[in-house]
Design a protein around this ligand. Structure first.
Ligand SMILES: NC(=O)c1ccc[n+]([C@@H]2O[C@H](COP(=O)([O-])OP(=O)(O)OC[C@H]3O[C@@H](n4cnc5c(N)ncnc54)[C@H](OP(=O)(O)O)[C@@H]3O)[C@@H](O)[C@H]2O)c1
Length: 313
């Protein structure tokens, strides 16, 4: 009688938070291609420019709270708080992959009190998730990625690209030689799937960097190359640029930038991701973005990926 079971009982099911975000957009087709049913959580429903896939149900958070009992897997690609909410409700989860951030390492001693509070909250959340996992014998991996880009939804590379496109130059800290490792959201989606489906014991936390380690200045040059524009930067002393940022923030011409970000342009933000490379065959692409990495992939491309044989990495 096994053949009479409804398909949904035979198919592994994953609750995906942050489904409309930059990791989610790439994770959905990869999960579908790997044979998962996906409950995609969004406060707004399926974005109109995302493909309609039979294996994906878009749910509002309250609907997902009701239905998450169907899922054996949790993939958290949005705020970590949501992962905690769903793990508290869904005692049936067997595996959880949760994206946190490498900021918990790099911003722990930030001179900005607001940043320190945010980071301490995130660290506390990670600890609470680990306790839940230990109590329930839940297999859980917390990933700490560095700066994410890849589909125009990020506030780093895409913001720089928008500025470069508009003004033709980017003002930077004169000492913008701090190292960066930008990571493509699709590489994160791929390694998340690898962790979900791995049968090996995995470390509870792993850093995820991109395939290149390059200076902030070289990263900006990569942004200009994606736009097919000559790389023009205006190198400004740190104190002056901090002042400029404060003025831009106060006048509303720029938001979400602070003096600590300006100072960090001179600081290396480099993380060791050897564990993911060795245990999950994580091979992130080098940083050489094209214009396609600055906007959402065409729905037809995502649909093709969902129906391909591609599984993990
Ligand atoms: N951005 C980066 O460079 C970066 C770097 C390292 C680590 N991370 C970490 O990676 C994870 C994903 O970050 P992200 O920047 O890609 O995505 P995000 O903006 O944090 O969230 C992705 C999606 O989650 C939903 N969401 C956001 N806030 C929510 C809330 N309060 N309640 C319910 N849903 C909410 C939104 O979708 P709807 O509007 O459709 O609900 C959003 O599109 C986070 O844990 C973040 O800390 C990010």
């Amino acid at each position: 009688m096994a053949n009479d079971y409804p398909q949904e009982l035979k198919q592994p099911c994953v609750l995906l938070t942050g489904a409309s975000g930059q990791i989610g957009v790439f994770a959905i087709p990869r999960l579908v291609a790997a044979g998962f049913r996906v409950l995609a959580v969004s406060r707004k429903g399926r974005p109109s420019n995302y493909p309609l896939l039979a294996e994906v149900d878009w749910l509002f958070p309250e609907e997902a709270e009701r239905d998450c009992g169907k899922c054996q897997y949790l993939l958290s690609a949005g705020p970590v708080e949501l992962a905690e909410n769903f793990l508290k409700i869904g005692h049936q989860f067997l595996t959880a992959v949760v994206f946190s951030s490498s900021s918990v390492i790099s911003k722990r001693k930030s001179p900005n009190p607001t940043e320190r509070v945010q980071i301490n909250n995130l660290l506390d959340l990670e600890t609470r998730l680990e306790l839940i996992a230990a109590e329930r014998n839940l297999k859980m991996v917390i990933f700490r990625p560095t700066l994410i880009y890849g589909c125009g939804l990020d506030l780093n590379i895409t913001r720089l690209a928008k500025w470069a496109d508009r003004f033709g130059f980017i003002p930077v800290n004169r000492r913008a030689n701090g190292l960066r490792q930008p990571v493509h959201a699709d590489d994160l989606a791929s390694v998340a799937l690898a962790a979900m489906t791995s049968e090996e014991p995995l470390p509870g936390k792993m850093n995820l960097a991109g395939g290149s380690t390059l200076s902030y200045l070289n990263m900006i040059e990569g942004v200009f190359a994606a736009l097919n524009k000559p790389p023009r930067t205006l190198r400004i002393p740190q104190s002056l640029l901090s002042l400029l940022v404060a003025v831009l923030n106060a006048t509303g011409l720029a938001t979400g930038i602070n003096r600590e970000m300006v100072a960090r342009q001179a600081v290396d933000l480099v993380f060791d991701d050897q564990q993911a490379r060795q245990l999950l065959e994580y091979k992130p692409r080098p940083f050489a973005p094209s214009i396609a990495d600055l906007s959402l992939p065409e729905p037809v491309l995502l649909k093709a990926l969902a129906t391909s044989d591609q599984t993990c990495n």
